[in-house]
Design a protein around this ligand. Sequence first.
Ligand SMILES: Nc1ncnc2c1ncn2[C@@H]1O[C@H](COP(=O)(O)OP(=O)(O)O)[C@@H](O)[C@H]1O
Ligand code: SF4
Ligand SMILES: [Mg+2]
Length: 321
Amino acid sequence: MTERDVIARLIDVSIGFPANDGAVDTVVDRLSLTIRAGERIGLIGASGSGKSLTALSLLGLVPPPGVIVGGSVEIQGTDILSDSVSNQERLRGGTIGMVFQEAEAALNPVMTIGAHLEEMIRRHRPTETGRWRRIAVDLLEKVDLEPIRTLKSHPHRLSGGQRQRALLAIALAGDPDLIIADEPTSSLDVLTQARMLGLLDNLCRERALALLLISHDLGVVSSLVDRVVVMLAGAIVEEAQTQDLLEAPLHPYSESLVTSARQTGSSKTHPMGHPKSQSGCAFARHCPRREPECEQNLPDLIVLNGGGAVRCPIVAAEVDQ
Ligand SMILES: Nc1ncnc2c1ncn2[C@@H]1O[C@H](COP(=O)(O)OP(=O)(O)O)[C@@H](O)[C@H]1O
Ligand code: SF4
Ligand SMILES: [Mg+2]
């Protein structure tokens, strides 16, 4: 892979919120992530671990009063944090299509689905504006929505599953290279969930799209992605090929997720606190392998000789022996 294959890259990104004492509470801590063309990555972690903010930072959309306090965000080689707002907008939608966690909030309630699609096509594919309707109908068919009725519908007229699929069609309308899907199925029933995941899978394959699939449930993402990134309390604790993670998770936190996925078919994560609320390893209080030094300093993310990375010096030393 060359640098040209890189679609998006976060380098040591930290995100914080102002605290009462005038300081900043860090909620994402020096996070680095590279997404290459056609690659499918699962971002897993408990609710509150920083997954959505990480995804939003890729689009330069961290909601105020949240702020990116360190690091850089590159989209196709451009540092978007120092770039003009108009270029950020071009990259957002044109390079990266986002399916937001809250489909209802992501859509404008007074605009029809057709108007949303038309706007995306006008903005990101201006030469094709004249045939926006044809493109929109094709996209709605692709996501299994009845096109003519859906074009005229306002978001509140659609069911939760239909809204998620409409959001996916809108994300695809900008002809992006990367789709970020943030918990795209968490509000859906099991059957509707499976349908949405099947659609994502097919569309990514057909269009050779890269995918960043975010979930608090390892069971949901593992069948769709090549690589899994596990987050805990604002930091990456393990990165591994999906198969390796499922067969031999390294970080004790990943191990607990895999064990519960094996037992129940689903590994729902539980909130674990934030980077600032403890000084040492964020998993120390729950870790069966804890040593006294684990509670002193946050361990580094250690890149392993055989590929992958783990934020635990004890496990890393065993693996790289
Ligand atoms: N508006 C906000 N004000 C203060 N803290 C926030 C705000 N939004 C998010 N956070 C903090 O950032 C953390 C990470 O949020 P988020 O990225 O949404 O987590 P996830 O998507 O993994 O559930 C949350 O646990 C919360 O503490
Ligand atoms: S650093 Fe210590 S507490 Fe943290 S995962 Fe490793 S062994 Fe467990
Ligand atoms: Mg979230």
